[in-house]
Design a binder for this molecule. Structure first.
Ligand code: 3Y8
Ligand code: NAP
Length: 251
């Protein structure tokens, strides 16, 4: 049976895999949550919006006769990844996560690891400094308890409500970013400290490289725990898996 893929997208890796799948003539769909106004164009058909929890995703898999699920979502999209593991098990549809390794501190890096967004907020409980807060729009309001700082905010779309900080500057810019641009940005805004999710991959790494070059400290937010699942780090691995799993199931 011809594979029919569901690619859970929203990352550079998802786009790369979708391009490879399209070139290989595979059928499938790329799925977005609908978090931003205009998600990047994909070389395969795309769908936008939640599935309706685990049950909704299971029903989607069955209705669309999905043969393989590739979870290429961001490492912080923990709810989606959790739902994918459970829905694929219930629907007996093979699942692989196309992941990227977390960043590790290099020589010259000055990182403070925190467990989650709350840990980053607690780490900002200090006298006023100038912070580059590049963790997106969804968690801005978590940082309200520390209005003493200046915040440089980088968002994809305008926030629904004004950021909860009297002193801030908003940039609208979607990555991938470059270290040179981020260095210039941090100098221009006289940034003292950077807050970053440990996203991994190349698209968000620019600010970490720029902080190292400028000798700035980084509050690095570690990833949420994810359930065990088959994982791949390269497009070719995912392609092999699709071939192998298909044969194994005699499809
Ligand atoms: C909607 C779909 C591609 C994918 C590109 C990657 C790289 C650029 C860097 C900074 C960090 C941040 C944010 C970021 C990056 C890539 C990748 C990545 C970080 C798009 C996209 C969607 C989203 C959702 C958005 C979140 C936000 C997070 C901005 C597309 C552009 C901060 C994560 O306004 C909102 O509600 C935005 C929400 C989830 C995190 C947050 O909490 O706000 N991504 N980002 C996906 C969907 O609807 O399903 O248009 O491409 C994708 C990309 N964002 O194909 O090139 O692969 O990581 N995305 C973080 O890492 O901290 C920016 O500014 O330095
Ligand atoms: P999340 O918290 O793990 O998911 C919350 C709910 O959003 C899910 O239960 C699901 O709704 C829906 N959803 C999430 N990803 C989806 C997808 N690809 N297709 C369809 N529905 C999806 O997810 P998130 O952190 O908000 O991330 C949302 C999207 O942004 C993902 O595509 C992710 O790859 C991308 N992204 C996120 C980050 C980040 O920092 N979180 C960074 C870059 C890109 P239902 O339960 O109704 O199915």
């Amino acid at each position: 049976m011809q594979p029919n893929l569901l690619i859970l997208g929203g990352t550079t890796e998802a786009t790369a895999f979708a391009n490879a799948a399209a070139e290989a003539g595979l059928h499938g769909v790329v799925s977005f949550a609908g978090r931003v106004a205009r998600p990047k164009r994909q070389p395969l058909p795309q769908r936008i919006g939640g599935f309706g929890g685990i049950a909704g995703l299971k029903a989607y898999l069955q209705a669309e006769k999905i043969t393989h699920v590739i979870d290429a979502t961001h490492p912080f999209a923990a709810q989606m990844s959790h739902n994918a593991v459970l829905a694929c098990a219930e629907a007996a549809v093979p699942l692989i996560a196309f992941v990227r390794a977390p960043w590790t501190a290099q020589t010259g890096d000055d990182w403070t690891h925190v467990r989650d967004i709350g840990g980053a907020v607690a780490a900002l409980d200090q006298p006023a400094v100038r912070v580059m807060l590049a963790v997106g729009r969804m968690h801005l309001h978590d940082f309200a308890p520390n209005p003493q700082h200046f915040y440089l905010l980088r968002l994809v779309d305008p926030p629904e409500t004004a950021p909860p900080f009297p002193d801030h500057h908003v940039l609208f810019s979607r990555g991938p970013f470059t270290a040179a641009d981020d260095r210039a940005l941090m100098r221009e805004h006289r940034i003292d400290l950077v807050v970053s999710k440990n996203a991994g991959g190349g698209g968000a790494y620019a600010k970490v490289e720029a902080a190292r070059a400028l000798g700035l400290p980084v509050i690095m937010i570690d990833r949420p725990a994810l359930p065990p699942r088959t994982e791949a780090y390269r497009v070719a691995e995912v392609m092999d898996w699709i071939g192998h799993v298909g044969t194994e199931r005699g499809v």
